[in-house]
Design a binder for this molecule. Structure first.
Ligand SMILES: [Fe+2]
Length: 412
């Protein structure tokens, strides 16, 4: 348990370290409905510990302000009311300083409780602590994703992460790895931590298939654009084509033209498009259209997990400190973990026998199982120790502010 307490301190400190490059004005911005201001993320993850551990189990706990339960509840209907998500950026109060004070208040009470948890609730407390930590780590990635979007709409192109990237070596040639047909197993088993949506482990039949050994690069995606693909209706799903017209998409999110040159915005600021890097910030629609144009398809999540299950969980994660996906350098299956989340063609649905967590925490994942697609493998702003081969991320088909890319698949 000491290890878990230590992890609590580390995770909490990391959220604040990730905010160190922010100016106080940056904490309050919400540039579109889907993103949240950094200040809200810092407070919401704190509310999670307060709501699910301190309120039920710390006998003499006193809330700093009861209204925070309304302000910082995200979407838990059975935990009370919540402030409308699209308006999170309209709140100048509590101030950033007050939010940090709120964090200190909850940290002190929680560490106090963890020092001597009531015996009859100890198992529940540790379990919820573990979930709360994974939840905060998840929000650390959201905080960076959202900051990238918030900064992207600013014509000054502010850089969140001021670093000189290493000179880009060319990506290795894309190869293919074959996998034979058969009954495979996917999903999480055992006592180690996993979200409820990764369980239970179950059998799936896969046909013979091949996976590309690396992600699709910017250079390859540029060839798709230059082939006029954003104007070719035959390449796009119906919803995709409508979205393309409505949003006037001509390229992935964060690509823009300066004179006649393609530029790209990321957490390091704006720069000439780096052709060797994996293409990022694609919607499902774009990943699907690219695959169709290439005469291939996207992998299913079962195929992806089957291939990933024999791989070591290592790669270009948050811990690398780059916050930018890197060109593939290894031959053989590479970039399965880290760099970019990989779109799959699988809808985000319950596994056979899925049971959400009991009570309010059952709202964490299960209620989002409609109209979303699964992405796998983590990205360059995901913490490495947050990742598992069974991890299921999910977004709507038109979303593209997360760090998403694509790997091709084909039937044999
Ligand atoms: Fe959350």
């Amino acid at each position: 348990m000491d290890k878990l307490i230590e992890r609590y301190r580390t995770v909490r400190a990391r959220s604040e370290a990730l905010c160190a490059p922010l100016e106080v004005e940056d904490y309050c911005i919400q540039a579109m409905e889907s993103v949240s201001p950094p200040k809200w993320h810092l407070a919401h993850v704190t509310w999670f510990f307060e709501m699910f551990i301190l309120v039920p189990y710390a006998k003499h706990y006193c809330m700093l302000r009861e209204e925070y339960a309304h302000l910082f509840n995200s979407y838990y209907e059975t935990a009370g009311t919540f402030f409308p998500r699209p308006q999170r950026g309209m709140l100048s109060r509590p101030t950033v300083e007050e939010v940090y004070h709120y964090r200190r208040h909850v940290d002190a009470a929680l560490l106090d409780l963890l020092a001597s948890p009531p015996a009859q609730h100890a198992a529940d407390i540790w379990q919820r602590l573990r979930l709360g930590l994974e939840h905060e780590i998840q929000h650390q990635e959201l905080l960076l994703m959202d900051t990238c979007y918030n900064f992207s709409i600013n014509p000054l192109h502010p850089a969140y992460h001021k670093i000189e990237l290493p000179p880009a070596a060319p990506a290795v040639t894309m190869g293919w790895q074959e996998f034979p047909a058969g009954i495979i197993e996917i999903g999480h088993d055992g006592d180690a931590f996993a979200y409820d949506n990764e369980r239970p482990r179950h059998k799936v039949y896969v046909q013979d298939f091949r996976l590309a050994t690396r992600l699709v690069s910017n250079a390859e995606y540029l060839a798709f654009i230059e082939d006029g693909s954003y104007d070719r209706v035959d390449l796009w799903l119906s919803d995709a084509w409508r979205t393309l017209q409505e949003q006037n998409w001509q390229a992935p999110l964060y690509w823009f033209k300066q004179d006649r040159d393609w530029m790209h915005f990321d957490l390091t600021g704006a720069h000439a498009l780096r052709l060797e890097e994996p293409v990022a910030h694609l919607s499902y629609y774009e990943a699907d259209a690219y695959a169709r144009w290439a005469g291939k398809r996207l992998p299913t999540e079962a195929e992806w997990e089957h291939a990933a299950s024999t791989q070591t969980i290592a790669g270009n994660f948050l811990n690398n400190g780059l916050y930018v996906p890197q060109p593939a350098q290894q031959t053989g299956m590479s970039q399965m973990f880290g760099d970019l989340w990989e779109w799959t063609q699988s809808a985000y649905l319950p596994y056979p026998g899925f049971k959400p967590l009991p009570g309010t925490l059952g709202e964490y994942n299960g209620k989002f199982m409609s109209e979303q697609m699964v992405l796998r493998g983590g990205c360059c702003i995901t913490a490495q120790d947050h990742m598992r081969a069974t991890y299921r991320n999910f977004f709507r088909a038109a979303d593209r502010w997360m760090f998403s890319g694509l790997r091709l698949a084909e039937d044999i």
